[in-house]
Design a protein around this ligand. Structure first.
Ligand code: ADP
Ligand code: ADP
Ligand code: ZN
Length: 214
């Protein structure tokens, strides 16, 4: 199964993508996570991405598309994957469609996790990310067992630089300009699935599973 998660920053794409990946035994591929691990490792790719990410801008398509196409041609992606944070622009979506169709493949579903802007700032200001393994928490809705410590790996939890309120506003504007048009793109392709992302995490997941199958 090949899936795409759509939705505003903070809508819950990563949260749901992790649950989907575990249930259907497919890799969770997050372009944001790939960029962050490259920044941490100090690679050239990471250095290119960082200035854009810090400003709440998208990393240019020239960098992002090649990176993602490489990732999905790896062995573990043969039986499918859930893409989280890609595509984010129409050219990204078109490149993905074209690359897959060259191999006689296609995306099965694009799941749009719908959350209005009013709820987003609250979600983002409460989000905490692990510096060690990238796991995400929310101080109210998904609190770690021990304050500011990752349940999975024991490292400390931080507020991401780009989750500061000013940068979140910028990211929302970028989302509406460049990413929201993908909802229409995948609707026309006939594979759009809309879920109400304001519900609690488990209910959102149940709604997705209803469509994907048990
Ligand atoms: P969120 O989960 O909050 O939406 P991500 O971790 O997906 O955030 O992305 C963080 C940042 O990484 C984005 O604001 C953007 O700068 C960059 N990024 C991630 N995916 C892409 C992409 N497909 N195209 C361009 N930039 C991206
Ligand atoms: P995205 O990947 O779309 O940026 P995340 O999955 O990282 O979003 O979720 C953003 C924040 O909101 C995180 O702190 C997460 O724990 C929290 N969150 C995710 N889904 C829900 C939900 N249904 N209800 C409340 N909080 C949620
Ligand atoms: Zn961790």
């Amino acid at each position: 199964m090949k899936l795409i998660m759509l939705g505003a920053p903070g809508a819950g794409k990563g949260t749901q993508a992790k649950k989907i990946a575990a249930k259907y035994q497919i890799p969770h591929i997050s372009t944001g996570d790939i960029f962050r691990s490259n920044i941490k490792a100090g690679t050239e790719l990471g250095m290119k991405a960082k200035s854009y990410m810090d400003q709440g801008q998208l990393v240019p398509d020239e960098v992002t598309i090649g990176m993602l196409l490489d990732r999905i041609s790896q062995d573990d992606s043969k039986n499918g994957y859930v893409l989280d944070g890609f595509p984010r622009t129409i050219p990204q979506a078109e490149s993905l469609t074209a690359a897959l169709s060259d191999r006689g493949e296609k995306i099965d579903y694009a799941v749009n996790v719908d959350v209005p802007d009013e709820n987003i700032v609250n979600r983002m200001s409460g989000r905490r990310a692990c510096v060690g393994c990238g796991a995400t928490y929310h101080i109210v809705y998904n609190a770690p067992k021990k304050e500011a410590i990752c349940d999975v790996c024991g490292e400390k939890l931080i507020l991401r630089d780009d989750d500061q309120p000013e940068t979140v506003q910028k990211r929302l504007t970028v989302y509406h300009d460049q990413t929201q048009p993908l909802i229409d793109y995948y609707n026309k392709e006939g594979i759009l699935v809309e879920v109400d992302g304001t519900q609690d995490m488990e209910q959102v997941f149940q709604d997705i599973v209803k469509v994907l199958g048990a």
